[in-house]
Design a protein around this ligand. Sequence first.
Ligand SMILES: NC(=O)c1ccc[n+]([C@@H]2O[C@H](COP(=O)([O-])OP(=O)(O)OC[C@H]3O[C@@H](n4cnc5c(N)ncnc54)[C@H](O)[C@@H]3O)[C@@H](O)[C@H]2O)c1
Length: 439
Amino acid sequence: MSSRRNFIKTTAAGAAGAVLSFPALSYGRILGANERLRFAVAGVNNRGRALYGAISVVPNAEVTYVCDVDSRAIEKAIAEVKEATGKKPKAEKDFRKLLEYKDVDVIAIATPEHWHAPMAIMALQAGKHVYVEKPCAHNPAEAEMLVAAQAKYGLLVQMGNQQRSGPVTQLAIQHIREGRIGKPRFAKAWYSNNRKPIGNGGSAPVPDWLDWELWQGPAPRREFQDNLVHYNWHWFRHWGTGEIHNNGTHEIDVARWALGVGFPTQVTAAGGRLFHQDDWEFSDTQFISYLFAGGEMITWEGKSCTPQHYHNRGRGVTIHGTEGWLLVDRNSYLLYDNDNKLIEEHKESGGSQTTNTLGAGFLTDQHMTNLANGIREGATLAAPIEDAYISTQLCHLGQLALDHGGSLLTDPRNGHVLDNARAQQAWGRQYEPGWEVKV
Ligand SMILES: NC(=O)c1ccc[n+]([C@@H]2O[C@H](COP(=O)([O-])OP(=O)(O)OC[C@H]3O[C@@H](n4cnc5c(N)ncnc54)[C@H](O)[C@@H]3O)[C@@H](O)[C@H]2O)c1
């Protein structure tokens, strides 16, 4: 344990331009098993609230800072943390300042996605452990950089695919490994919603509660527009990653886990913006198939604008084997034989995990606790970045296949695209000058 906390790089981040690499070595704080763990949460409008809610139930942990570029979100977060814990967290608008603070051991990141990997890498360079929301990176190159940074700095990084910490999903996986459905061969993952159109935005004055410069951070500068902040940035490529990442990262991850596979050999995809005409830049309906070296297959159906369910569920995964199949979602796991007879049913504790958009509750509480146990006691992480990023890359490959011809051959060793120069060129992104990410 101590090796991953020993000599780590620290920050010299300035208030003005971004400082994305940290040359000076310093000594990181070594946390004992009984020591209080101090968290900062960055991005507290929606998902960040679930994260500080989870931190407040982690034993011997506290939220020392809430960080946001929206002054209203900060005020609300301060009040909610105080109400939940009796202790008022400090506020910080500029993420880079968190890197300097000694009373921050872990940074939890729930900002828009163009910030995820850059923030996580800066946090590691400053000697902080990281909880980073899914997807861990806006583009595949950044996901690889984040994995490289974790390996270099040796601190812990947990991705926010919280179903990995669900006891009932873990039981389903255990039953698959024990052969309860025979040999697992394929999985079907789906998500459905009834998302409304986002309209056609126009440039607008930056609201006085928002620091637009810091919101943009590493992304090349654009004028503020009125249908972007909050949440709808998800549907713009400059900042977001679409439904395959927004929700596929959860279900594709469970499917990949269930089949015990890593990177695919082939990805095929079809999709379109079928339901509305507006600024939304991704497909709202997408069907993506992954083929793996052992012949296993995953299909993903992302349906942003059709709320019809499969198996009476708006989201979930079925895994099909030679001797039977099972259905798993955030709330339950059902095991069937090949005559479709229900053999076993298990319900997750903590009530419904599927309906709130924050994803707050039991699974996130478990996932955050798992990270804390990893830092203090060396517990195995449920979603360590070096594995979790593979699920993020599957989502990126699905999007690359959608964008570049519908079919890609991929290298099963690292997920790289083999046969498509345009998709290969789309592996990374452009940065705002001065904000380039360096590991
Ligand atoms: N794991 C889950 O179940 C789950 C659920 C919901 C969202 N998410 C993920 O969480 C992330 C955030 O989603 P959301 O719905 O909360 O989005 P949101 O737009 O509602 O909130 C993002 C917040 O980040 C803030 N922000 C932007 N730049 C910042 C910066 N430089 N420093 C600090 N704060 C900054 C914004 O002002 C905003 O308050 C997304 O990546 C999303 O995919 C995960």
